[in-house]
Design a binder for this molecule. Structure first.
Ligand code: MLT
Ligand code: MN
Ligand code: ZN
Length: 306
């Protein structure tokens, strides 16, 4: 099973168009050692032909151009994207659906709360009904992780959605009334060898079922949004703390580094990195701390084989 990181940045990308934080300014001027990154998405396939797009980033066209495997060219109009699966209804994870409008009807796998957001606060599926349309398939996320599924047309992979504590987007009718399924994580299993990836680009809290899934995984690919709880406030860009946005920061007590230290998993990788996060500077002390803890930072084009 192959996983390709199409985009490794959080909303806004890196550098963000209007941002002059140390990182964004530094990468533009070439004064820091860092790579540009597009917004959060991965693709997964067991046969290398049929891919599941997990999250549809606003940068999807750039990402598809950079990923020849997604264009098998079997006919005049074609794509390797067999289905799309969504982890939440955030702009950085869903607006790329609009860019796929020239294709055939999209099989779209998401929870009822994400579907709700996409038909109300951000009514993308109504817009798409005038183009390719989407065919909704129910993802039911629970806390026991027992409802595994395979997707028609995608052989050899088992998906297990897990409800997670994070945040519904600001335009969601249930932003302040969290529902299971606003945010999910996934166990993605290669059925040929039993190897598992745990994927959760938005992870606000490590609940027991999440911890179990992380321990059982061969590789975890998890929320790397912010280094500290008040990074956006300290840099003067937002009044929101990490927890207000549903993201667990890496540093500090109970932070992601501590969580990953306790996980015996062979590979631990951070994804969905915000442009303010010092770990984007490959020469930073914070990046060195991650390396000491055996934690990698995803980059666009990174391939993981399980
Ligand atoms: C988030 O996950 O919190 C988003 O990246 C925020 C955004 O897209 O503005
Ligand atoms: Mn996001
Ligand atoms: Zn920035």
């Amino acid at each position: 099973m192959k996983i390709i990181v199409l985009g490794s940045s959080a909303g806004g990308g890196f550098p963000q168009w209007n941002c002059n934080c140390r990182n964004c300014d530094g990468i533009r001027r070439g004064t820091i050692n860092a790579r540009a990154r597009t917004q959060s998405s991965i693709a997964v396939s067991a046969n290398g032909i049929d891919w599941v797009l997990i999250n549809a980033s606003p940068d999807i066209l750039t990402q598809i151009r950079a990923t020849p495997a997604l264009q098998p060219a079997r006919s005049g109009r074609d794509t390797g994207i067999a289905a799309v699966m969504l982890m939440d209804a955030q702009i950085d994870h869903v607006t790329g659906l609009l860019m796929l409008r020239e294709g055939k009807t999209l099989p779209l796998y998401c929870t009822p709360s994400v579907w709700d957001d996409l038909t109300t606060g951000l009514p993308l599926v109504h817009v798409l009904s005038h183009y390719c349309g989407v065919q909704w398939h129910l993802l039911s996320a629970n806390h026991t992780g027992m409802s595994s599924m395979q997707l028609p047309g995608v052989e050899g992979i088992r998906f297990t959605p897990l409800a997670l504590k994070s945040k519904a987007p600001p335009y969601s009718p249930h932003r302040e009334q969290p529902q299971p399924g606003d945010n999910i994580g996934l166990i993605i299993e290669n059925m040929a060898n039993g190897k598992k990836l745990f994927y959760a680009p938005g992870l606000g809290e490590i609940e027991p079922h999440v911890e179990t899934a992380m321990h059982a995984a061969d590789c975890v690919l998890v929320d790397g949004t912010l280094w500290t709880e008040d990074e956006m406030i300290e840099q003067g860009f937002s009044e929101k703390k990490s927890a207000d946005m549903g993201h667990l920061p890496q540093s500090g007590k109970g932070g992601m580094i501590e969580v990953l230290d306790a996980v015996g998993t062979r590979r631990k990788i951070l994804i969905h990195i915000n442009n303010t996060n010092p770990i984007l500077d490959e020469d930073s002390d914070e990046r060195a701390i991650l390396t000491q803890h055996g934690i990698e930072v995803a980059f666009d084009g990174m391939e993981i084989t399980l």
